[in-house]
Design a protein around this ligand. Structure first.
Ligand SMILES: [Fe+2]
Length: 136
């Protein structure tokens, strides 16, 4: 795989993180009722984590000499006030993120520093998948 293709894959991950950040901030604003007590802090934390991941992926793209995307992935963010739908959409988002990073990891085995930082993101996505699964 050429570095152009790797940059493309990382940009896919970056766009997905930018979308995740928007999704979580949106749900944090709209989650209602008794579940707001737990889920607003949860969504806020996930939004912050997505921003951190975006920063790490952006740095990797810069390191490779690529141009980082500034637009989020165009996949629709489903608007809802139903917390179950929010969690289902969160789960899909985290699963897709984890899959993407798993693919990236297979391509960067020879760059230890980049591998470590993407692996850290990958493990956090897996933890999020686990956590949302428990909430559902
Ligand atoms: Fe992430």
């Amino acid at each position: 795989m050429s570095s152009t293709e790797l940059i493309e894959k990382l940009n896919g991950g970056l766009g997905w993180e930018l979308r995740a950040a928007a999704l979580y901030s949106h749900y944090s604003a709209y989650v209602k009722g008794i579940h707001r007590l737990h889920l607003k802090p949860f969504f806020d934390e996930e939004a912050t984590e997505s921003h951190t991941h975006a920063e790490m992926v952006r740095s990797a793209i810069v390191k490779l000499g690529g141009t980082a995307v500034t637009d989020r992935d165009p996949t629709e963010i489903v608007h809802t006030t139903d917390y179950k739908v929010m969690l289902e959409e969160s789960l899909k988002t985290e699963q897709k993120a984890a899959e993407g990073y798993e693919q990236v990891l297979a391509l960067i085995k020879d760059d230890e520093e980049m591998y470590d930082s993407i692996e850290q993101i990958y493990f956090q996505e897996l933890r999020s998948v686990e956590e949302v699964t428990q909430l559902l």
